[in-house]
Write a protein that binds this ligand. Structure first.
Ligand code: PLP
Length: 391
């Protein structure tokens, strides 16, 4: 259907940070399929795992158990609760529901919050500028009214408050609120990290008023920001954490983690999915998590992110750089337009994303090498020079 703009390039192969198009032209991928291929394209451990699983058992449905999903759930629980990645809700053991996408992970979170709160306490508060998905409920949780317009009436029970504005969240969270849903960094909204003060204050508001604190880690999770999960920068203890994207390194899988006591809200039959948790997708996730732990990807995101951010800040045409780890945005100096610069970059062999009219989003694989970062920066310098000649 006509849901995407015309696509300028057709990619046919990838390896690590590299992509090749139909004509055999090589590109550096600093977008990772919207922060999905965090281990790079065709990562050997993931490729081997899914090939082996495809020969063994792809799917049996949730009418039966498998040996793969429970191990993945246990690893996610450990990483969310601190793992090797830093502070987290250490005491709060949790449980996981597997699904197939980010929006589905958030749907699961919203259903948990609604069932737990009951009809009188069903509202979910999220931030203006946020992005939580495209299903009707997650679209309404998404704090971008322009995206709502064509689909009214949307499911009711969603409210928005200004990003990083404690007073606005204080006013929004009343007795009707079941949960607050927040990204640690507004991803689609332009790569704006939260402040520790904001997360701490919202955490306290939720605690005091009995609302759940639900963190959308779909773009930020699994090492991207320099911690296993973005919330771990802010020292808060979430009740629910959703993730997807990097969990399968390209194999569709989502997951919703909740503290034991919150997860217990669901009884048998309250929620389900045909594909979620199947051996194929969870075998990819198992291999992804093992490779990520072995490479200590959060540390790599810190060092590679530091190098990339410093390089971006030194480019003429870049006004400022923001983000965490390897989820970065370069705000361009006027009159440069992000779409045009991204198009010049692609033409020169570098994939970046114009996340707003004036900012480029960069999210290379977490295993990106220093040499690739330097090459990417050189390609971007050329694109900015072309952009300045034709703004
Ligand atoms: N939440 C966040 C923070 C996202 O960045 C996205 C996708 O970009 C989603 C939810 C939706 O995920 P999906 O497209 O897998 O449904």
């Amino acid at each position: 259907m006509n849901t995407y703009p015309p696509q300028p390039v057709t990619f046919v192969r990838g390896e690590g940070t590299l992509l090749w198009d139909e004509a055999g032209r090589r590109y550096l991928d600093f977008f990772s399929g919207v922060a999905v291929t965090s281990l790079g394209h065709a990562h050997p451990a993931v490729t081997d795992a899914v090939a082996k699983q495809a020969r063994t058992l792809l799917h049996v449905s949730n009418h039966f158990a498998t040996t793969v999903a429970p191990g993945v759930a246990a690893t996610l629980d450990r990483l969310i609760r601190g793992g090797s990645g830093g502070p987290g809700p250490a005491g709060a053991k949790g449980r996981v529901f597997f699904c197939n996408s980010g929006a589905e992970a958030n749907e699961c979170a919203i259903k948990l919050a609604r069932k737990r709160g009951g009809p009188d306490r069903h509202v979910v508060v999220s931030a203006y500028g946020s992005f939580h998905g495209r299903t009707l409920a997650t679209l309404h949780a998404t704090g971008q009214p322009a995206k709502h317009k064509a689909f009214q009436p949307l499911p009711e029970g969603f409210r928005h408050a200004a990003w990083c504005d404690v007073a606005a969240f204080d006013a929004a969270v009343d007795d009707s609120v079941a949960a607050v849903l927040l990204e640690p960094v507004l991803g689609e909204g332009g790569v704006h990290p939260a402040t520790p003060e904001f997360f701490a204050a919202v955490g306290k508001i939720c605690d005091d008023r009995g609302a759940l604190l639900m963190i959308d880690e779909i773009q930020t999770g699994l090492g991207r920001t320099g911690r296993w999960f973005g919330f771990q920068h802010f020292g808060i203890e979430p009740d629910v954490v959703t993730m997807a994207k990097a969990l399968g390194n390209g194999v569709p899988i989502g997951a919703c983690w909740a503290r034991d006591e919150v997860a217990a809200t669901f009884a048998v039959g309250d929620h389900a999915t045909t594909f979620g948790g199947q051996p194929f997708a969870t075998s990819a996730a198992r291999a992804v998590l093992a490779a990520m732990e072995e490479a200590d990807v959060p540390s790599r995101a810190v060092t590679a992110g530091g190098r990339l951010a410093a390089g971006l800040a030194s480019l003429s045409g870049v006004h400022s750089v923001r983000g965490l780890g390897l989820l970065l945005a370069a705000e361009l100096a006027p009159p440069l337009q992000a779409k045009k610069v991204a198009a010049w970059a692609l033409d020169g062999g570098l994939v970046v994303n114009p996340v707003t009219d004036s900012a480029l989003r960069l999210a290379p694989p977490l295993l990106v090498s220093d040499a690739e970062i330097d090459e990417g920066l050189a390609l971007l310098r050329r694109a900015l020079e072309r952009g300045m000649l034709d703004p």
